[in-house]
Write a protein that binds this ligand. Structure first.
Ligand SMILES: [Zn+2]
Ligand SMILES: [Zn+2]
Length: 650
């Protein structure tokens, strides 16, 4: 319908054009007036072309161009070619014929051809046109180069890009051209040559916010947040896009605290917020798991008109955030107020329930979803399979896995296999898990072998562990965690010789163990970090004292340190000392110190919680009467009255 009505308006404009031409006396028109009329005609044709949406309309206008003696007018024809490119007419057909009829095409018309070929992915035709243009003695304009740089960037053709760069220097006069400079930065960034991009940037005599932001985003993408923030600080006029680049950059590089700081600053200077900024800061908050910040961000989203009831993207992100902040109920409240829900909203909620061990709620929601028009996708199945896995629902998991392709058309990816291996492995069906891996139609990835290795840790199976670990060493030669895990499994089985062999490898490879880190959100939203063996907290000695007292109380109730969780060939005393310095225990002690009786204590942890810490949390929840929530890298543990939501199955 839109096409039709536009068509009508184009036709009416054209007839208006005819009226314009036939009006007045055809016999004698003074030259200036004639020139004026021609300009007016060109201008009108350009504006009509601009509104064309169909090839047939453009052809109609082209007929008028010819009839009015403008078939040599590069100015109008440039617009014509650009519109032909826009409606995807192949450059080698109609556009090439149009171009071929022009005796002296100007640089813009040449550029329209170069650009058209480039946009259609025909890089060599595009550069051929550039060569022909140069051979004809026509000088390029800045648009010529920006078109070529874009084409080289899209094809990741750095060699050609460098040659085009050399051309700009050879021909000269483009050094101070903002447009050329920006497209050059874009090329080098796309090809991954950040150093070259920076050089271009540094040499530009004039820059705009596009030049700055492009480079900031690139640094963030490559994880160099120091350079990104350095540039950002120097940026004279910071707009929302630049601010968002910083927030999102920190979030994507696993530095949520800084992401939140930038978002806070953004609020302080009164900068606007949009969906993209919110998505970035929400993901940062999800990583940090900080409830106080979560509520603050939700308020800002509501105030800026991106609240969950009307915005499905923000809503789905908020669901994920609240789940990861340990509040699945709050997540469900967001889910409930959403007027529009899509597969992401459902999947986030299902994943959220899975994470918190609420497998039955996850399954219920999955079945509710099937009653709607929404079809499950890959992520939904990750959620539902991991829900089954975390709750030990082996049979249900098997059935869903068998159905996913047959009934829902979702082919299992390596990630789904990883979920199944995890499900079978946790349930102790290690042989079946290994068989499943062997029958995979694709190469198993690190996630699959990692799940198997993890299951071998729970069930103490050093033989299958070795198979999985050997594959992992090939796939992730620098993954220190795999070496440690295997070494721990050997240690638990008392195979000390293999342990010392592995430790030698670890030393030779020069790995540094990713330090266990936990953090605790204080009452005012401040975040307290604790590293294993950490003594840097200002209240460190108080914390150690509190921990000691707590452990003594637990001991009198029958707690014994689980020395297998410190699988080093050390004396028992040393093992106990190491266990006592685990970061989540320090965070727990601090939590007990600075919260009121009855308050829930929430702790976030970057790696898996060990068995001993799990025991301590269980016992502490009983003795102190506190609810303790620990998020490790896999899931949430809700400790309440001496038991954990995971059923000691993690
Ligand atoms: Zn521990
Ligand atoms: Zn647990």
């Amino acid at each position: 319908m839109i096409g039709f009505s536009r068509n009508l308006s184009t036709v009416s404009k054209l007839s208006h054009l005819q009226n314009l031409q036939t009006r007045g006396s055809p016999n004698f028109i003074p030259f200036p007036q004639l020139q004026h009329q021609r300009k007016l005609l060109e201008w009108r044709l350009m504006s009509i072309l601009h509104d064309c949406t169909l090839f047939s309309q453009i052809k109609q206008v082209h007929a008028h161009i010819i009839r009015n003696g403008l078939s040599q007018c590069s100015y109008v024809l440039t617009k014509l070619i650009r519109m032909l490119t826009k409606v995807d007419v192949p450059m080698g057909s109609y556009p090439l014929l149009v171009f071929g009829q022009v005796n002296y095409p100007n640089p813009f018309l040449w550029t329209a051809m170069i650009r058209g070929y480039a946009l259609q992915g025909l890089l060599s035709e595009s550069t051929n046109f550039y060569t022909r243009m140069r051979r004809d003695g026509v000088g390029p304009v800045s648009f010529t180069f920006s078109a070529l740089f874009k084409a080289c960037g899209a094809a990741l053709n750095m060699d050609l890009g460098k040659q085009v760069h050399a051309q700009t220097i050879l021909i000269g006069g483009f050094a101070s051209d903002l447009y050329v400079g920006n497209s050059m930065i874009d090329l080098y960034v796309k090809c991954g040559f950040l150093g070259c991009a920076r050089k271009v940037f540094d040499e530009m005599s004039e820059r705009d916010v596009v030049s700055w932001t492009e480079l900031i985003v690139a640094y963030a993408k490559y994880g160099d947040m120091e350079s990104a923030s350095g540039l950002f600080d120097d940026l004279p006029l910071k707009d929302m896009v630049a601010w968002t680049a910083m927030v999102t950059g920190y979030a994507q590089n696993g530095r949520p605290k800084e992401a939140l700081e930038y978002f806070q600053k953004m609020q302080d200077v009164g900068m606007e917020t949009d969906e993209v900024t919110l998505a970035g800061v929400i993901s940062a908050c999800a990583q940090l798991g900080a409830v106080k910040h979560a509520n603050w961000i939700r308020d800002i989203a509501e105030r800026s008109g991106f609240g969950p009831s009307g915005n499905v993207v923000v809503g789905s992100a908020l669901i994920d955030m609240y789940s990861k902040c340990g509040s699945p109920d709050e997540a469900y409240k967001v889910f409930e107020v959403m007027k529009e829900r899509n597969v992401f909203s459902y999947s986030s909620m299902i994943l959220g329930y899975a994470m918190h061990g609420r497998a039955h709620s996850a399954l219920q929601l999955f079945h509710d979803m099937l009653k709607t028009e929404i079809r499950p996708n890959k992520v939904t199945f990750i959620g539902i399979l991991s829900a089954c896995s975390h709750a030990g629902l082996v049979e249900q998991g098997r059935q869903l896995f068998a159905k996913m392709e047959k009934f829902f058309g979702v082919a299992p990816s390596p990630d789904h296999y990883a979920c199944m291996v995890d499900l079978l492995g946790r349930a102790g069906c290690l042989e079946e898990a290994l068989d499943l891996v062997k029958t995979m139609p694709m190469e198993p990835n690190g996630g699959v072998w990692g799940a198997l290795l993890g299951a071998c840790r729970i069930h103490g199976n050093p033989d299958i562990a070795q198979i999985a670990a050997n594959e992992l060493f090939k796939l992730e030669p620098n993954g220190i965690g795999n070496y440690i895990l295997l070494s721990n499994i050997y240690a638990s089985a008392g195979r000390w010789e293999e342990v010392s062999k592995l430790r030698k490898v670890i030393r030779e490879k020069g790995f540094k163990k990713n330090p266990g880190c936990s953090w605790f959100e204080g009452k005012n939203g401040e975040i307290h970090d604790f590293f294993a063996g950490d003594t840097t907290h200002p209240r460190s000695s108080e914390i150690r004292q509190a921990l000691k007292q707590l452990i003594e109380r637990l001991r009198s109730h029958g707690y014994k340190p689980n020395l297998g969780s410190a699988p080093y060939d050390l004396t028992d005393d040393e093992k106990e000392r190491i266990l006592m310095s685990h970061s989540e225990k320090l965070a727990l002690a601090y939590g007990l110190l600075c919260t009121e009786a009855g308050d829930t204590i929430k702790i976030m942890k970057n790696i898996r919680i060990c068995e001993d810490c799990h025991n301590v949390m269980c016992a502490a929840s009983e003795i102190t009467g506190r609810e303790i929530i620990v998020r490790d890298n896999m899931r949430f543990h809700h400790f309440h009255n001496g038991t954990c939501s995971c059923g000691n199955f993690w």
